[in-house]
Design a protein around this ligand. Structure first.
Ligand SMILES: [Fe+2]
Length: 313
């Protein structure tokens, strides 16, 4: 049945990652991914990908362990923010983040914190270090993987359908693809809030632990960038978990690495793939299709199903 789409959210803005090795993790994001430092506050360092228009892309927070903190999602307008807040009802208003105004802070059913906001500070390059062309946020770094922007967040969840209802009913995200096991259980769902084919993803957490992260993904311009990134990671002793290769689901060209703090980071390129159809029909992948592996036959590596952050024994 067709349901008119409510586009109250614009895009995923930034994400907070926890790391037990803050200096090594900062070096990974700056030297190997090509981000720049755009602020410091308390135990956090703020990092910016060159084409993101807002103050920061990643808030890297020193902690006793790894994992994900808040995900910030920008509303489409001040009115849209008020509408989402009124419908969710269980969150609270805070104003406690660098470069972001009033935040409606809520949690998904698995305990991941989501901050919705409208007011945001634009990224400002250091004097004399800005881009040559005024229609991009910062100078192209020419360093490491040169990630352009935050692409998506993939959470682990104990109850993926419940998290899905939060996304579709409270955030008005739209599911585009899913995995349906032979038992009928849905084990993973990909959602979009924008014209991209996905922005937020939930995957079953086999450990039964709440609030964990599977991975955060950053977009590169080309597939070739992903191959170059693999060489950069290899040269610098970063654990390459799997790839470069192409996903069957969403067809994303990918590389997965573990940053020094343990969080899984994906470098991704989905080419020009957008979901423009207002009546897009949810694609379901079966357990047998999933067992075939990735698009060109590479079997999914075991740790892809077992590693999440923070780690659990
Ligand atoms: Fe991903």
């Amino acid at each position: 049945m067709f349901t008119e789409r409510v586009r109250d959210l614009a895009h995923v803005g930034s994400v907070e990652l926890f790391t037990p090795t803050p200096e090594e993790s900062r070096a990974f994001f700056v030297d190997l991914l090509g981000m720049s430092e755009s602020g410091r506050q308390g135990d956090s360092v703020y990092l910016h990908a060159w084409d993101d228009y807002e103050r920061f892309t990643v808030k890297l927070t020193a902690s006793s362990t790894s994992g994900i903190g808040r995900t910030y999602v920008r509303a489409a307008s001040p009115q849209a923010l008020e509408r989402r807040a009124a419908q969710i009802g269980t969150g609270s208003w805070v104003e406690d983040e660098l470069g972001i105004g009033r935040i409606y802070l809520c949690t998904d059913p698995d305990g991941h914190e989501v901050g919705l906001y409208w007011e945001t500070e634009r990224f400002t390059p250091s004097p004399g270090k800005g881009p040559a062309l005024k229609n991009q946020a910062d100078r192209f770094p020419g360093r490491g993987a040169n990630v352009r922007r935050l692409d998506h967040v993939n959470y682990l969840s104990v109850d993926t359908p419940a998290c899905g209802r939060f996304l579709t009913e409270s955030l008005r995200a739209r599911p585009t693809e899913q995995i349906v096991l032979d038992s009928g259980d849905v084990s993973a769902i990909w959602y979009t809030v924008s014209d991209k084919s996905y922005d937020l993803v939930y995957t079953n957490d086999w450990t039964g632990t709440h609030g964990r992260l599977h991975h955060v993904a950053f977009a590169t311009d080309t597939r070739e960038d992903i191959l170059r990134a693999a060489d950069v990671m290899l040269e610098n002793g970063i654990h390459i978990e799997t790839g470069p290769h192409k996903h069957a689901i969403q067809q994303t060209f990918f590389l997965y690495v573990w940053e020094p703090g343990g969080n899984r980071i994906e470098l991704c390129n989905a080419g020009a793939r957008l979901v423009l159809a207002p009546d897009w029909e949810l694609i379901s992948w079966t357990q047998a299709e999933r067992a075939k592996g990735q698009a060109w036959g590479l079997k999914t590596i075991e740790t892809f199903h077992t590693h999440g952050t923070p780690p659990v024994s």
